[in-house]
Design a protein around this ligand. Sequence first.
Ligand SMILES: [Zn+2]
Length: 256
Amino acid sequence: MLHREIPPMDIVGGWLLRMGESGVARAESGSMLVYCERWPEQALRLGYWHGEPVAVVVETDGEDWPPFRDWLAQASASESELLATALQVTRWERDHRFCGRCGHATRRLSHEFAMQCDNCGLRGYPRISPCIITLVTHGRDMLLARSPRFPPQRYSTLAGFIEPGESVEAAVRREVMEEVGVEVGRVSFFKSQSWPFPHSLMMGFFAEAASRRIRIDGEEIVDAAWFTPEKLPQLPPTYSISRQLIETHRGAVAIR
Ligand SMILES: [Zn+2]
């Protein structure tokens, strides 16, 4: 469990996550955390991990450091949360060293994730980009689509960023219409998942199609089709919310 209260500056050691550009160091125990009486000077305090202070430090990747996605594939929900937090906070701090309004150098506030400009007073917080991800269903069938970026044969649910000023429900309807030309009726929330590449918050929905005719946009989506639960294509990994949407629907409509 990550307790989201930043340890004060007089706490100088505890759990440490060593992170590079593409991976995380594996401790001797096999865990992503190593216990450290004194954190390195540049370590960033994140909170408390099972009651002990935890910080992250950015280093050059070691040769045998497993990549982030490998860690996420194995991690428990609370380890995923810790890793997603560490990834997003370290990159945010790296990328916001200067004020976006006046260009002055910013400084990190010690008690919260915030970068303060002492010249003009602007305060910046880590950026989180909300996205919708939705499984469109028609009875037992599921509408799955291929993006040109996917590995060959892979199909997945539809996803897209929420635009400024837009409600989440409206984003679900708009993305489905734009990508596959399908109008949806009832939309229901499933659950959400932080996706730290680089700072998405995926909000999962089921959406019931009002009709079955598909018209793909040909750019974001190169193929889309209806699939029965018994005959599915290659799917995204089990830890993704996309796969969990598909498996949840499959379980709900299983013929026993
Ligand atoms: Zn400023």
